[in-house]
Design a binder for this molecule. Structure first.
Ligand SMILES: [Zn+2]
Length: 165
C-alpha cells in the first residue's frame, strides 16, 4: 500500500518495522483489545487502526473506525512522533541475502539492517557478503541492537538467529 500525501510525497507501507507508522487502539477499545489478544503472537487486529506520518511534511494520517484515513497537519513544528519508544536503541532485524541468478539489473547479494544509522549494501561476491554479515552481526549483538538475524543463500538459510531460539 502507498499513501499519496497532500504535500506530494509518497508514504510507502510495503515492509515491516516502519519508523513512520504506528498501530493505534482507542481507549474505549483498550480493555477489549487486551482481553481478546492472548499474547503477542495472537493480536486481535480488529481493534487496531493504522497511523502514518509523512516524513517530508510531518502530516499525520490516522484511520477512523471505518478504516478511512484522515490527515492532520503539525502545528508550527515538524517532529517525527511514530518512531520506536526505544528511540535510536530500537532493535532491528539484520538480513543478508544472496541469489546466484538475480533479476536483471539486481545485485546478487544484499545486506540490510536499520540499526546504528542503517546499513544497505550490495555485493557481487558471496564471501564478502558473508564476512560483512558476520562482522555486523557480532557488532550489533554486542550493542544489543538486534531482534533477529537471517542470512540466506539461493533460498536456503545459512545463518539464523533469534533471541529466544
Ligand atoms: Zn507530506
Amino acid at each position: 500500500m502507498k499513501i499519496g500525501c497532500v504535500c506530494g510525497a509518497v508514504i510507502p507501507d510495503q515492509t515491516d518495522f516502519l519508523s513512520f507508522k504506528a498501530h493505534l487502539v482507542a481507549d474505549r477499545d483498550w480493555e477489549d483489545f487486551v482481553d481478546s489478544s492472548g499474547s503477542k503472537k495472537r493480536i486481535d487486529s480488529s481493534y487496531v487502526r493504522l497511523c502514518y506520518q509523512c516524513i517530508q511534511c510531518g502530516r499525520l494520517y490516522v484511520e477512523d473506525a471505518s478504516r478511512s484515513l484522515h490527515a492532520f497537519t503539525p502545528e508550527g513544528h515538524e517532529v517525527q512522533v511514530l518512531g520506536s519508544s526505544r528511540g535510536s536503541d530500537w532493535r532491528a532485524p539484520l538480513i543478508g541475502s544472496w541469489n546466484d541468478k538475480p533479476f536483471s539489473g539486481q545485485a546478487k547479494g544484499h545486506l540490510w539492517c536499520d540499526a546504528e544509522g542503517g546499513t544497505s549494501a550490495k555485493f557481487d561476491d558471496w564471501s564478502q557478503l558473508e564476512r560483512s554479515y558476520q562482522v555486523l552481526f557480532v557488532q550489533l549483538r554486542k550493542q544489543d541492537r538486534l531482534r533477529s538475524a537471517l542470512l540466506r543463500k539461493n533460498g536456503k538459510d545459512v545463518h539464523v538467529w533469534a533471541p529466544d531460539a
